[in-house]
Design a protein around this ligand. Sequence first.
Ligand code: KIV
Length: 290
Amino acid sequence: MSDETKKTGKINVRDISLRKGGKKLVMVTAYDHSTAVAAEAAGSDLILVGDSGGMVVMGLDSTRGVTVEDMLFMCKAVSRSACNTFTICDMPFLSYQVSEEKALVNAGRLINEGGADAVKLEGGNHFKKTVQKITSAGIPVAGHLGLMPQTTPFWRGYGSVGKKETEIEGLIHDALELQDAGIFLLVLENVASETADYVTSSLKIPTIGIGSGLQCDGQVLVTHDMLGLYDRFSPRFAKRYRNLLHEMTAGITEYAEEVRNGKFPQEEYTTHVSKDVKERLSNRSGRMVK
Ligand code: KIV
């Protein structure tokens, strides 16, 4: 742990780099105050404000429709609520592909306005110059390879990546190029376990796996998948630790029944006026005020 970490409680890029091959890094996604508070209280090393929020929070069909404004809304809530946890914010689709200059402007907004500590973008070798542009401005960038939800499903579906020799070659090439461009961390999504192991051991920077086996330097899951808060779809690799949607529905059903039966609000949730005021209200309204 660096001196700064001891002072602020928040890890930094150097601390994250030092975890390569050591104690596993824990990352979860968060999109709002409650998920951020829970992630920090649970001791997550890193929080990802993922563009998955477009699906699990905003109800979109894919992450493609997410805008920089949407990410800013979610990122501001998270960075205010988990101020001691290193927060990475996803750059949404088309916020970094148009030009390197636009990518830097958008990354800067996520840092300055959103309060993120780093940004993440999907893609390989093609984005080397973009990564260089952003990191040269002093903004830490995380990479994301394997299944890249902004684009991969439209070309080859949601299946796992890195089973064929040619795919493995492509992955390792992209990973090394991104490392060379200056990324400090690489997310590997739905990559065959042996391939993720090979990529992890070929890099100096830590890898964070999601559906990519045990050998990555850390793991990430989408909070809404792991806590059962999203009903539309759950990837095979997303272990479900709780069923909170079930719990939420049960709570709201109980409340609805109590409202319909005239039970809620009970005495302890009610405020009363004095006897005098009650009498005056009854006189004024011409009926007994209860
Ligand atoms: O948007 C997201 O939640 C992600 C994770 C799947 C890594 O990028």
